[in-house]
Design a binder for this molecule. Structure first.
Ligand code: CP
Ligand code: NVA
Length: 293
């Protein structure tokens, strides 16, 4: 089974993964993935994803192998399908952070062990697992209103699906032209809970219990920087916009762009819990996947 986006899990499976994550985090469960190895393939940089998966595997008595862009033949002539088949002969799970979502789909098609998407241009399911764990911890459940303010790409799109599967009331505010993909909108609708959408950040946060944002210039979009800074004018998450609401950010943050320094440094920011929960959520996922195989 591959986890290329959140809705590769059923809502019941998603809740089971989150329950497992919470139990491991609380020490109620101490599962072991001894002798298991996770390959971690990165085409893009990473702090949280790399460190949380690697330390997670250490905590679970397993092992993780870091494979950066210069370490393997992928991207230097060896096709994805060959990497997938060869690496599957050694390891028990593959996590990959790639640019093109079609590439992680191909990796999943040819691998014979579970493939976990560690972020593509279109999706970031591991981030959503951590976000849901964080929301559950902060609010004691999922009956919350979340306002997304910013780009409607990878992190937002996976969160839209996660919100649809947990009945979170989500409003997404993006500038025109940066909305979520229609395919994601339809998948959220099929799950019974599509987000409300607007181009007005103030309207989005009006009834919100928590405000969530992400960078305006994602990895690989550096050439679009000037254009994006212009297009996202008015979407900055400021102290005025959030008032006393908790604030989420997947990180890394570009202070002074999508979020002000004072908001990120304030007690309202729950971003460090989100970052920590990457590891617990992924530990829950790895153990759940290992049981499911
Ligand atoms: N949020 C997240 O995925 O962070 P990294 O890019 O540091 O892995
Ligand atoms: N949207 C950001 C998320 C980083 C975790 C990016 O793709 O760079």
């Amino acid at each position: 089974m591959n986890i290329l986006d959140v809705d590769d899990l059923t809502p019941e499976e998603l809740h089971a993964v989150l329950d497992r994550a919470a139990a491991i985090k609380a020490g109620r469960e101490a599962p072991s993935l001894t002798t298991r190895t996770l390959a971690m393939i990165f085409e893009k940089p990473s702090t949280r994803t790399r460190v949380s998966f690697e330390t997670g595997m250490t905590q679970l008595d397993g092992h993780a192998v870091f494979l950066g862009p210069e370490d393997i033949h992928l991207g230097h002539g060896e096709p994805i399908r060959d990497t997938a088949r060869a690496v599957s002969r050694y390891v028990d799970f593959i996590m990959a952070r790639l640019f093109d979502h079609a590439d992680v789909v191909e990796l999943g098609e040819y691998a014979t062990v579970p493939v976990i998407n560690g972020l593509t241009d279109d999706a970031h399911p591991c981030q959503t697992l951590a976000d849901l764990l964080t929301i559950h911890e902060q609010f004691g459940g999922f009956g919350v209103d979340v306002a997304w303010v910013g780009d409607g790409n990878n992190v937002c799109q996976s969160f839209v699906l996660g919100a649809a599967m947990t009945d979170i009331d989500l409003t997404v505010a993006t500038p025109e032209g940066y909305e979520i993909d229609d395919g994601v909108r339809k998948r959220a609708a099929a799950l019974g809970n599509p987000p409300a959408e607007t181009t007005d950040p103030e309207a989005a946060v009006a009834d919100a219990d928590v405000v969530y944002t992400d960078v305006w210039v994602s990895m690989g979009q550096e050439d679009e920087r000037e254009e994006k800074l212009r297009d996202f004018d008015g979407f900055q998450v400021t102290a005025d916009l959030v008032s006393d609401r908790p604030v989420m950010h997947c990180l890394p943050a570009h202070r002074g762009e999508e979020i002000t320094d004072d908001v990120l440094e304030s007690d309202n920011a729950i971003v460090w819990d989100q970052a920590e929960n990457r590891m617990h959520a992924q530990n829950g996922l790895l153990v759940w996947l290992s049981d499911a195989e």
